[in-house]
Design a protein around this ligand. Sequence first.
Ligand SMILES: *[C@@H]1O[C@H](CO)[C@@H](O)[C@H](O)[C@H]1NC(C)=O
Length: 385
Amino acid sequence: MGRLLLSSGQVSVIISACVVFAFTFALFMSGYVLQQRYVHNLQAAIRPRLPKPLPAAKPIEPPTLDVKWARPVGSRPEVDETYAQYIAGQTMDWSRLGYVQVVREHVELCSAVMLLSDLHAMKSPAKRILMFPRLWLANVEDAKKDPQMATTWRLLKAAARRYGVTLMPMEPIVDGSDATLPSSYSLASIYSLVDYERILYLEGPGVLLDASALDSLLAFSKSEPLAAYPATPARNDMSTSLLLINPSQEKFHQMKKLRESRPITDLNLFRKTFNAPESLISEWSLSMGNVYYESQDLRHVTGDFNATAFEEATTFVRLSEPELPGPEYDMPYLDRVKLRPQDQQAEEVWSRLYERFRSQRMEVCGLDLEVYSPVVLGGLFAQGT
Ligand SMILES: *[C@@H]1O[C@H](CO)[C@@H](O)[C@H](O)[C@H]1NC(C)=O
């Protein structure tokens, strides 16, 4: 009986030992599994990171065609040509198409970088190029001492690193002229970018509302020496507001030679080298909407102006009022009241554009608006003309 009791005690001990063992084992196993997982993660974490394989080469797709482009009005080219252009777009080499900004003085640099940053943000597949005086790269020591030069260096670096901009230092258009003067440089220098098939130049400062229309213009245009934005609706003169060019050494040297023979403005240099209306952007291309618009025109809109419709149909607005030096300068309140459009919807658009420019200037360049000082501005105007 005693033995039996003992053995039943033994049994219960064995059973409880088994239970304890089973639980311990389960606990161990779950711990082990967890630990293995942890070790695996840890191994993954400390393993040297391999560079990501480059994405497989695939043809870059043409930009989404703009609805404005898809429904052109007015003189439309032959259907065959449109189709040929479309096919050309399918196999397009975007590395040979680009947007260029040309900067001659420090104060213009931020606005140029802003425009290129917009193209980057809007995912334009074309290259972004910034031309500026080579002189700016020369004085490393000056760059540290001179706050203006320090800002210039900071912006050039930001353009290249943050917005993938190709930096292109340029020489004065006339050999041996004073490299410190903005007037020694010319827009004709864009013809020296012969690595590119087509280049689109936009005159800033301004606000880009839609890159796809410009991408379409770059992608689906024929390569011509010049397609300039017309100065008037009558199409008898050109402007340098928007230029689509096929760079070539020949044109570059021709313009350089002409400029060397006498000092003329860039606009006159273009007028003398090319002829309107043959060298103007086709009416068909411009039927996309307001490809280029100037803010001062918002003051003259007619009664049924619709802000939403305007913003949808507009690609780029240059911020320009003849009375003011530019949107980089803080606009005094009284000037603002005097200059703003009377039409309520136009005024909304106008104010929105200036505000967008101001906030973007801070975001992209870390710069406030310049102080408005009529004395300094008098000097600037004299220089600009
Ligand atoms: C303005 O244009 C938008 C889009 O084109 C349209 O939806 C809206 O109804 C228009 N507003 C007025 C007041 O006409």
